[in-house]
Design a protein around this ligand. Sequence first.
Ligand SMILES: [Ca+2]
Ligand SMILES: [Ca+2]
Length: 239
Amino acid sequence: MYSYSAKRGLGHRSMIIAARVLLAAALPTAAAGEGVIDFESVPSGAPSLGLEITDQYWADFGVKFSISGSDEDTMRLGDYGGLREGWSSSYGYDSLRPEYDFGGYFLAHPDLGAVLLRDVLIEYDTPTEELGFHLMDIDSTEAWTITVYDASAGPIGQKIYDPSDGGDALPTHVTFTQDDTGGIPISGVRIHYSGDLPDAAVGFGFDDFTAYTIPEPATFALLGMGGLALLRRRRQTSA
Ligand SMILES: [Ca+2]
Ligand SMILES: [Ca+2]
């Protein structure tokens, strides 16, 4: 095995190279593993108003959407500017301010006008280190509590979004990074309505969901010095 201490000069260069390798391993993986679900296309089908959304994105993106406490009800697609599937604003049903373009479709709750707005759940096949999505039209006295979970379904981070984060006909960008979870990968998300406005008057609109696949487990090991040997072994193996 290569020894740094045996050849100090070369060892120093190697350390710099190793640092660059580690940096490269730590940084671009997020971009490489990035996937955006904008609901403008649906695997194995075309988007349409009212289309039930369940696990269509599981194979390609490793995520699925469901409603808490129900195996039968599913999320569905709403269309911007159409009938009210999500919210109403001063710009019309399911309409954002004209300067915002999120395409034709968004993810809507199945229980528009229901007495009790149930939680929306997002599950990951492979845990993610970051995520982001937009909630639409958080106005009046609405509020949403977003909780993220680890692989054991334990909560590892929570944020509350209210009209101070959005407003009428505005998108609110919800994000979680490793800073919010203490570095623990995210395996699940719960979107819970926690506002004062009665559930029946609340609109739910969700779009542009971005997930970042975490680096493969070996990359985490690389962050420790012992991992360098692992990298070298992996390279030799794969070469
Ligand atoms: Ca969209
Ligand atoms: Ca609203």
